[in-house]
Design a protein around this ligand. Structure first.
Ligand code: ATP
Length: 352
């Protein structure tokens, strides 16, 4: 019913192209995240889905209906979509009940029906006991849930969320992530969620679309994009990573700065960049893949965050504290690499 199809959509403001040849299909009932740095075009895509902007080229289908072209254009109020934006803008002079009831009043629904639907959704977002409060008597997280309830009360086919958690503190963000996901599962609704926060994308999504400079970089599950990024941008954007320049030759990778070598069964040859996630490097007592000297270690409670000099370059290693509680700076270690990825050298500069 609410399958979304975005077909070769390009959007320009004047001469400036902000989204280029965007193709995507969102399965009914799934949680999709548009992830990318500030200015990459995420909000513009969401606004086109909502009907606040029209694509310069391409088509958008909601269900079987094309909604975005000049000829078929469906305005926002007839798209059956709920929306929550960063500044969640609940109306301060209205009670929780009135805020949530508002969209239904606009639809001229009867009082009893409104009460039934509002009670239902307030139960789902755990606000049943706050119906008569005004927003100033609620916490930030509760206000955000009012906005969510208001967006959901008319049972839209599609929910668009644009950085809805960015005004909340870290702890609240954590619990709201979980709650939004639970609500989405419970209602079986399709959600398109915009964020630049990779943790939000990883924890909630069925599918993540990574965007940079208006172009899709990769579409995949959180595991796909974390473990099998298609390029250096994605590898860098969705987690911590060491990038080491290397030469690939005779099934070996030789790191350019340290001259240390590791075996490689892949098919890229010549100048490459090896990507290694800090948690995929372990300290071992036997011979490892690399040797290195501990330069610094920060105890973070659940892990140690270390910098190791492997000869001419520093790598970051995230290790369980137990595995080397007694190790001292300046000591030399054998390191085992459990997993790595190899990219063609793009010449771009990335910082870990
Ligand atoms: P952020 O995370 O900062 O919100 P974003 O990825 O959502 O960024 P968009 O808001 O989609 O990015 O903006 C993409 C680009 O389009 C930006 O360079 C922005 O300045 C530009 N842009 C957006 N709306 C307009 C407009 N109405 N007129 C001109 N340029 C615009």
């Amino acid at each position: 019913m609410s399958r979304i199809l975005i077909k070769d959509v390009t959007k320009a403001f004047g001469d400036v192209v902000v989204l280029s040849h965007f193709d995507a299909e969102f399965v009914d009932g799934s949680f999709i995240t548009l992830l990318g740095p500030s200015g990459c075009g995420k909000t513009t895509m969401l606004r086109m889905l909502a009907g606040f902007e029209k694509p310069t080229m391409g088509e958008i289908y909601i269900g079987d209906q094309e909604v975005s072209s000049e000829k078929n254009f469906v305005p926002p109020e007839r798209r059956d979509i709920g929306m929550v934006f960063q500044s969640y803008a609940v109306w301060p002079h209205m009670t929780v009940f009135e805020n949530v009831a508002y969209p239904l009043k606009m639809k001229k629904m009867g009082k009893q029906e409104i009460k039934k639907l509002v009670d239902e959704i307030l139960e789902i977002v755990h606000l049943s006991q706050y119906t008569q409060r005004v927003p100033s008597q609620l916490s930030g997280g509760q206000q955000q849930r009012v906005a969510l309830a208001r967006a959901l009360v008319a049972k839209p086919k599609l929910l668009l969320l644009d950085e809805p958690l960015s005004n909340l503190d870290a702890k609240l963000r954590d619990s709201m992530r979980f709650e939004i996901k639970e609500i989405q599962k419970q209602l079986g609704i399709t959600v398109v969620y915009v964020t630049h926060d990779q943790l939000e994308a990883m924890t909630m999504s069925d599918q993540v679309i990574v965007i940079n400079k208006g172009c899709i970089q990769q579409v995949g599950t959180p595991t796909d994009i974390y473990r099998h990024p298609e390029n250096q941008f994605v590898a860098d954007f969705v987690g911590k990573i060491n990038f080491l320049p290397a030469e690939s030759k005779n099934q070996k990778l030789t790191f350019k700065h340290s001259n240390q070598q590791i075996p490689y069964g892949g098919d890229l040859i010549g100048d490459v960049v090896v990507g290694i996630r800090p948690e995929n490097i372990r300290f071992v007592s036997m011979k490892g893949d690399l040797t290195g000297t501990l330069v610094s270690k920060f105890y973070l409670g659940d892990v140690n965050d270390c910098r190791i000099d492997i000869g001419g370059e520093l790598i970051r290693v995230i290790a369980e504290p137990k595995s080397f509680d007694t190790c001292k700076e300046g000591e030399t270690f054998n390191l085992r690499i459990d997993e790595f990825m190899v990219f063609k050298d793009s010449g771009d500069d990335f910082h870990t």
